[in-house]
Design a protein around this ligand. Structure first.
Ligand code: NDP
Length: 327
């Protein structure tokens, strides 16, 4: 059988946000049951640090899938025609190791990242959370708006961005409010999403309203950092994966180094919440925080879903890499 090539258009059509939230829930439950293999990702940085090449291999037992995301991350691409994350996910089957599909990694990353925040919000935010603050106005800001609307009855949205013109343009494009400062966006918000390329805190804990839920998404590799230590110390903290958070999240590592929190401040992983192993929000006044790093199993589960949908609907084009012996 040929290998399918699934580009931006197919991924967008076959991975609707609400569906992707459920796909992520299934992947996190599998991970929590121990039915996944997930090494820490490796990154090869350019000597001038303009960008890096990330390698994210993984295996999932349910749905059964094997694959790797190969992705470049070039934060300076903002303002160019190119996304900050580009590459491919190679999806293999586990019987004979055949290459099933090559899937657009940028689009999968875009959707699955917001869907995981959607899942965390569904599990942790107050059910009546309706005011949303978004810090950042790039690709992730747009999909996070979509994801938050998919899981909570959002009525008011305030966006702040480092470059005022970008924040205003985002607000106009999406019909939401522009906030001149991050503080004005955050104060009184029920849900806060940080989706920036900041390397120093842009969110201060003292701004957070009682009962708020925060999705901290932008800083997924050192030296990036978005939250001050007070924001983390004040919150009941959940992560996608403990090992990744302790190795890759400056939002968590800095307050640990400062002695503000211990490693035991991490209440659990999303999968623990899904399996009922840890309690979520304890009441309407608690502040909850989800620190997202992005895991290879998210990409794998999303690519598997897109592939299955494409086969069922006859979508995508094929590539002749059959893996058959020729001699
Ligand atoms: P974009 O390039 O589309 O947007 C970047 C945003 O970050 C812009 O709004 C920009 O603001 C803002 N920004 C950049 N530098 C700074 C800074 N020093 N201080 C404050 N704001 C800054 O990127 P994406 O939306 O695709 O990604 C956003 C972040 O999320 C990135 O850091 C990315 O690595 C991370 N990410 C995390 C994932 C995860 O799984 N956790 C997955 C995918 C991405 P402005 O334009 O106003 O200057």
């Amino acid at each position: 059988m040929d290998t399918l090539v699934l580009g931006h258009r197919e991924v967008r059509a076959l991975l609707p946000m609400a569906e992707c939230v459920d796909v992520m829930a299934a992947a996190f439950a599998t991970l929590a049951r121990g039915d996944a293999v997930l090494p820490l990702r490796s990154a090869t940085a350019l000597p001038d640090r303009r960008g890096f090449l990330g390698l994210m291999p993984s295996y999932l037992g349910e749905p059964r899938a094997l694959g790797v995301k190969v992705v470049t991350v070039f934060p300076g691409n903002l303002g160019t025609p190119y996304e900050s994350h580009q590459g491919a996910i190679l999806l293999f089957e586990t019987e004979n190791g055949r290459l099933l599909a090559v899937v657009d990694a940028g689009t999968v990353t875009e959707i699955r990242t917001a869907a995981v925040s959607g899942l965390a919000t569904r599990l942790l935010a107050r059910p009546d959370a309706s005011t949303l603050a978004i810090l950042g106005s790039g690709t992730q800001a747009g999909v996070h708006l979509e994801a938050m609307r998919a899981v909570r009855p959002i009525r008011e949205v305030r966006v702040w961005s480092r470059t005022e013109a970008h924040g205003r343009a985002f607000a106009a494009r999406h019909g939401v409010s522009f906030a001149p400062t991050a503080r004005e966006a955050v104060e009184g918000a029920d849900i806060v999403c940080t989706v920036t390329g900041a390397q120093a805190p842009i969110l201060e804990g003292e701004w957070l309203a009682p009962g708020a839920h925060v999705n901290a998404v932008g800083a997924s590799v050192p030296p990036y950092r978005e939250l001050d230590s007070a924001a983390v110390a004040r919150s009941r903290l959940f992560v996608d994966r403990r090992e990744s958070a302790l190795n890759e999240a400056e939002d968590v590592r800095v307050p640990i180094r400062e002695g503000r929190i211990g490693e035991d401040h991490i209440a659990g992983e999303l999968g623990d919440l899904l399996l009922g192993r840890v309690a979520g929000r304890s009441g309407p006044h608690e502040i909850t925080l989800f620190k997202s790093l992005g895991l290879a199993v998210e990409d794998l589960a999303a690519a598997h879903h897109v592939y299955a949908q494409a086969r069922a609907r006859g979508a995508g084009s094929s590539l002749e890499i059959t893996g058959e012996r020729h001699g």
